[in-house]
Write a protein that binds this ligand. Structure first.
Ligand code: 2AM
Ligand code: CA
Length: 269
């Protein structure tokens, strides 16, 4: 990060205020979305005015912090593409949960500097949990430092995962891996917000998180938070960066070897 121009801690503090405002808007609209307000963007991929207005709140607030920054956003409410600084935003991660009034959804905001996450914020709205990280400066939950678990046996930890909206994509080994993980872990949780899943790895609630068919806005912030909490983040298979969200694995270092063995049935379909 160009420290001469921007101080990363100040940027984070200001961005957190913008995210709190976005979270307040989401909270005030719980249970207020009508069936006719919901659009289906693709198979099982839902969106409402809450996602779109939250994105506008975020873009307007964050634009003031770095006027020259670009934006990559889930709902495309802004047209600026990638620049030296780029905000990667999922205004409401866990939209399906939100629309079914399941209280697990989050705001996810990452700031990339030349394609690398520098600042990360994930706000779990209902639990009022603010996860943050700055590259090389650690990860925090409500301002207290967090670490991944020190466990070394997958049988002692929970795994988080999710399943592709396009069920055809389940042919790439998902179900074989699921069966193996069930046999070799304490259990599986499917929270419905990838950003929250990643933060749960970062603070030790989960030992491992893996998922396919995500996008950069689902994982950019949570991935940095895991790394800054001492965890490992990689793609599950293939050579692409985890940052695309195409397939991602996050785990505590002590669980890496066993987890890679559990994931080996994943393959490109
Ligand atoms: P969303 O709620 O913003 O759509 C659920 O497993 C998690 O995956 C959520 O974070 C959801 O984000 C995200 N997700 C995004 N694209 C997905 C896809 N194609 N299939 C499954 N989950 C997806
Ligand atoms: Ca999302």
């Amino acid at each position: 990060m160009n420290e001469a121009l921007y101080n990363s801690q100040e940027l984070l503090n200001n961005a957190v205020e913008v995210v709190y405002a976005a979270g307040a808007f989401i909270r005030s609209n719980r249970k207020k979305v009508l069936q006719e307000d919901i659009e289906e963007k693709g198979t099982n991929s839902l969106v409402s005015f809450v996602d779109k207005t939250t994105e506008k709140i975020l873009v307007e607030g964050l634009r003031l912090l770095i006027p020259e920054a670009g934006f990559i956003t889930e709902e495309d409410m802004v047209t600026q593409g990638k620049k030296t600084w780029t905000w990667v935003i999922d205004p409401l991660d866990g939209t399906t949960n939100f629309l079914h009034d399941i209280p697990v959804f989050s705001v996810s905001v990452a700031l990339l500097f030349e394609d690398n996450p520098e600042i990360a914020i994930v706000y779990e709205v209902v639990g009022d949990e603010m996860f943050t990280a700055i590259k090389n400066k650690g990860a925090f939950l409500n301002s207290l430092p967090i670490r991944v678990t020190s466990e070394t046996n997958t049988k002692n930890v929970l795994f988080g995962t999710g399943f592709p909206y396009e069920k055809d994509n389940l042919t790439n080994g998902h179900l074989d891996v699921l069966q193996k993980v069930l046999l070799h872990s304490r259990g599986i949780r499917r929270m419905g917000s990838a950003a929250v899943d990643l933060c749960y790895v970062a603070c030790g609630r989960f030992g491992v998180f893996y998922e396919t068919d995500l996008n950069s806005w689902d994982v950019a912030a949570g991935g940095l938070i895991v790394q800054e909490a001492g965890g490992l983040v990689s793609s599950l298979y293939g050579t692409q960066s985890w940052l695309t969200g195409e397939n991602i694995l996050a785990c505590a270092p002590g669980l890496e070897k066993e987890t890679l063995w559990l994931m080996q049935d994943f393959r490109k379909s």
